[in-house]
Every structure is written in structure tokens, then in C-alpha cells.
Design a protein around this ligand. Structure first.
Ligand SMILES: [Zn+2]
Length: 234
């Protein structure tokens, strides 16, 4: 179970939602820090950050370089596209089939092939369904958090936007369309808490990630079956 962490740019809470928030660990910095790495450390410009606070920020370019160095040089993911401020890498190990997108402006996202095929159109791009476990301690957060916990304990789902608005985070969203229909669902097997005074949201989160059109077209270009279909047409 993880505690809630502040965004290093704005100080507001980060919910660690896919496509809305990213985490930048210090191990991605150079082991012998350059002056720019040193600046990141001194400014504490690492850890959790809202994508919206990060893209275009003064730290974005260095972090984009360090993320790429790690994926390409350490994890050996091949670069399959590079142009117009975007770098795409493929992660194909065992059953994993992902395309990772890094923008020089700090944009960073990862899209599974299965998710890309399940996308739905939305103005300016597409929405890709995501689903993951969601655990959060909300002791002392007030009535809205108690409402969420009660709903889940009674077997009801709760709108994800209710949590986002309760924390005052709506203006920190990268894409509102991606979470507006999102929900927290009760997680089977979660037992009711002992009365130890702690309040936890223990749920399954269902929402979407947003992929803008200019990124989607590049991702589709590097999907393996998409490539072979296009070759077959020639
Ligand atoms: Zn922020």
C-alpha cells in the first residue's frame, strides 16, 4: 500500500493515474551527475509529478534524455521512430508488447498493443481503456473520502472524478476526457477493515488514457501487424 505523494512541481497530491501522472526516479540520473543532473537533485525535481505540470517545464528536456538513455542503453529497447520531437521505443519481451513514447517536451507515455487496438475516438485523439488495482489511505480526508469507502464497502462503484475533485485536482489533469467516465469498483476479496481508525480506498480503478492524434499515428505506424499489413498492400 502506498502513501499519497506530492507533485514536485505544484505540491498537490499525485494519484499515480496512468496517462495523467508520471514518476521520475533518481536512479535514471547519471551516476556521476553532470551539472544539469546536480540541478535536478538540488531542486528536488524528481519523484511524482503531474504530466500537466511537467510537460514544457524546465526539467523536461533533461529527464527526457535520461529516460531514453535508460530504455535504450540499459534496458536495450530498440528505437523504432525518431522525428518531430518524438522518440518511440518498442518493448517486446515475453508476452509484453508496448510502445513507449518520449517527447523532448517531457511527454511520456506507454501504450500496450492490445490497448491501442481497443481504442475509442475522442476529439483530438483516442481513449484507451486501463484497469488496475487502486489502494490509498484516506484517513482524515473528510466526508468525501468516507463516502467513497462506504460505497465500496457496500458493493457500489464510485466516480473517479469524485475522488479527483475531492482532492482539488481537476485542474491538474492532463486529459479530463480520459477520467470523466472513470470509476472505482469494489475489489473482490477485500475484507472490511478492523476498527483501527485507518480509512483505506481499496478498489479497482477503471478509466482511460488519452493518446493525441499526432502520437497515435506514429504508434500505429510501428505496430508489427500494422507494418506487415501495409507491406502486404504494396
Ligand atoms: Zn503538479
Amino acid at each position: 500500500m502506498r502513501p499519497l505523494l506530492p507533485c514536485f512541481q505544484c505540491g498537490d497530491s499525485v494519484l499515480d493515474l496512468r496517462g495523467q501522472d508520471i514518476v521520475l526516479p533518481t536512479y535514471l540520473l547519471r551516476p556521476e551527475p553532470s551539472r544539469r543532473d546536480q540541478e535536478v537533485l538540488e531542486a528536488r525535481a524528481y519523484g511524482y509529478v503531474h504530466l500537466r505540470c511537467f510537460v514544457g517545464s524546465r526539467w523536461a528536456r533533461l529527464w527526457a534524455e535520461r529516460i531514453r538513455e535508460n530504455l535504450e542503453g540499459v534496458r536495450l529497447f530498440p528505437v523504432v521512430f525518431e522525428s518531430d520531437g518524438l522518440v518511440l521505443l518498442r518493448h517486446e519481451v515475453l508476452s509484453i508488447r508496448d510502445t513507449i513514447v518520449i517527447g523532448t517536451d517531457g511527454y511520456y507515455a506507454s501504450f500496450g498493443d492490445v490497448g491501442i487496438r481497443a481504442r475509442r475516438p475522442t476529439p483530438g485523439g483516442a481513449l484507451i481503456p486501463v484497469r488496475h488495482e487502486f489502494n490509498l489511505e484516506v484517513t482524515g480526508w473528510g466526508a468525501f473520502a468516507e463516502d467513497i469507502v462506504r460505497a465500496l464497502q457496500e458493493g457500489r462503484s464510485y466516480p473517479l472524478l469524485g475522488l479527483i475533485e475531492g482532492l482539488g485536482l481537476r485542474h491538474r489533469l492532463w486529459s479530463e476526457a480520459a477520467v470523466v467516465d472513470g470509476r472505482l469498483e469494489p475489489r473482490p476479496g477485500v475484507e472490511e477493515d478492523d476498527d483501527d481508525g485507518e480509512l483505506w480506498i481499496e478498489a479497482v480503478a477503471l478509466y482511460d488514457t488519452f493518446v493525441p492524434d499526432h502520437v497515435l499515428s506514429r504508434v500505429l505506424d510501428v505496430l508489427p501487424d500494422h507494418r506487415s499489413r501495409r507491406r502486404g498492400r504494396r
